[in-house]
Design a protein around this ligand. Structure first.
Ligand code: NAD
Length: 480
């Protein structure tokens, strides 16, 4: 496969320094990937601008554009094994997750948005003005930069690229330098599917390349997924350049509320998956556990036992449940937060160490007695670390809802209960883009995804993503 940039339909070597990418399961270098310069970013943006209005793309009938998206979905499925293995090799996630969530999710997104292409409608509006036809058109927002993180690189790129193409836009993709490989492969498949030159461009490289895009004067919209710190930099860059539109999917610190009437065995199984899928490198991962004091000890005991029994291994090992963190740097970040838990007085129940093996493995770790103000409870960890706090449910639910909301983030949350009234009160009270009742935090292409507060701006997926990638034009036609 290529490790080059893709600009205006051609694969070209980047003139910046190449960046190595590593297999997180053993720390070996997989390959080196090109890095774009400012001149190459400018060329990619210019190609996207030119393609936006070109007959080969803008002139396609909706049914023809839909056919291209269906073709991309078919090609993803035809290359499913290769894509899944590449994702596991580069990112570290279990192969089963790569197959079902990453590759399956990407194909589903293209097929779902292929269906939308022929259904993007305007409105005719009852304005109070005589002899005037008033209607709206949905037009592409223009040239989009798609900047993605390292945790689910293929799937998150599909969340952006499928609706962008469905609505007739052109794009410049900038994947994470830590996990660029499946994004490069997806661009190859777009080329194979017949996407015209200039519609999809790829500039690999680090944060400096991302910054060139977010401050670019000829980009209309940045769709970004990644950390809140970088999201803020992108918002500043937008404001200081051309005030480009932004869709920001940022960090999370999801609370999990386990009530006194929860099915504890189901809560343990569900929260184990919700907290530890991909070793906790999930923006919606359950991380702050508020457990009713009457079931606290049972929950902690069963959760710790389940965590201790998990087998570590490479994502390629079908038996492995503890897979590596993406990089040595990230593993050290997780270890620093674990150390803060120890020094700030939380009680370590299980885990707490890096595994003594090659690669970037951290043990599944559980703390109890975590204070609401401890680093464990406030900072995004993005690793296999669970913080348990208790609350007194006999005093009502207002206190626990307030504590769960006491965070800068608001991406996802969960409640475990068998009482319908409790589930509704908590679901309605949480300031969070998604609330999962008695279930894992899964995304679906028909459901909105995005955050309250510092978890972001806007919603991806479903019909909501169409708003991110379209402008609404009002046409007034006086005929009197
Ligand atoms: P990151 O902020 O380090 O990097 C994300 C992307 O931004 C990368 O492509 C990077 O090169 C680029 N970048 C870095 N500096 C930039 C700059 N100044 N301007 C423009 N682009 C720049 O994030 P990450 O560590 O790759 O990803 C983990 C984070 O992503 C976590 O905070 C996680 O919660 C978040 N995330 C959110 C969602 C969601 O849907 N809300 C989904 C997945 C991950």
């Amino acid at each position: 496969m290529s490790t080059k940039l893709f600009i205006d339909g051609s694969w070209v070597p980047g003139s910046g320094e190449t960046i190595p990418t590593f297999n997180p399961a053993d720390g070996t270098e997989i390959t080196k990937v090109s890095s774009a310069s400012q001149a190459e970013v400018d060329q990619a943006v210019a190609a996207a601008r030119q393609a936006l209005g070109a007959a080969e793309w803008a002139g396609l009938l909706p049914v023809q554009r839909a056919a291209i998206l269906f073709k991309i979905a078919d090609l993803i499925e035809q290359h499913a094994d290769e894509l899944a293995e590449l994702e596991t090799l580069d990112q570290g996630q279990p192969l089963g997750v790569a197959q079902q969530v990453s590759v399956g999710g990407a194909a589903n997104h293209f097929r779902y948005y292929a269906g939308w292409v022929t259904k993007i409608e305007g409105t005719v509006n009852p304005i109070s003005f005589p002899d005037t036809l008033h209607y709206t058109r949905r037009e592409p927002v223009g040239v989009n930069a798609l900047i993605t993180p390292w945790n689910f690189p293929l799937m998150i790129l599909a969340w952006k690229l499928a609706p962008a193409l469905a609505t007739g836009n052109t794009v410049v993709i900038k994947p994470s330098e830590v996990t660029p490989l499946t994004s490069i492969k997806l661009v190859e498949l777009c080329e194979k599917a017949g996407v015209p030159a200039g519609v999809v461009n790829l500039v690999t490289g680090g944060g400096d390349v991302g910054a060139m895009l977010s401050s670019h004067m000829d980009i209309d919209h940045v769709s970004y997924t990644g950390s809140t710190a970088t999201g803020k930099k992108i918002a500043i860059a937008s404001a200081e350049s051309n005030l480009k539109r932004l869709t920001l999917e940022l960090g999370g610190k999801a609370p999990s509320i386990i009530t006194k009437d929860a099915d504890i065995d189901a809560a343990v199984a569900g929260n184990l998956g919700g907290a530890l899928l991909n070793s906790g490198q999930v923006c919606a991962a359950y991380t702050r556990f508020f457990v009713d004091s009457s079931v606290h000890d049972e929950f902690v005991e069963k959760m710790a036992a389940a965590m201790k029994s998990m087998k570590a291994g490479s994502g390629m090992d079908e038996q492995a449940q503890v897979t590596p963190l993406v990089s040595d740097r990230h593993a050290e970040h997780v270890m620093r937060i674990i150390e803060s838990g120890r020094s700030e007085g939380a009680e370590l129940v299980t885990g707490g160490h890096r595994l003594d093996r090659d690669g970037y493995f951290v043990e599944p770790t559980l703390f109890t007695g975590v204070g609401d103000d401890m680093t464990l409870a406030r900072e995004e960890i993005f690793g296999p670390v669970l913080s348990v706090m208790s609350y007194d449910g006999d005093e009502g639910l207002d206190e626990v809802i307030a504590r769960a909301n006491d965070t800068e983030y608001g991406l996802a949350a969960t409640v475990w209960t068998r009482d319908i009234a409790t589930s509704q009160k908590i679901a309605n009270g949480l300031r969070s883009g998604a609330v999962f009742v008695n279930m894992l935090p899964i995304p679906d292409m028909a459901a909105p995804w995005g955050g309250y507060k510092a978890s972001g701006w806007g919603r991806e997926m479903g019909k909501w993503a169409l708003d991110c990638y379209t402008e609404v034009k009002a046409v007034w036609m006086h005929y009197g």
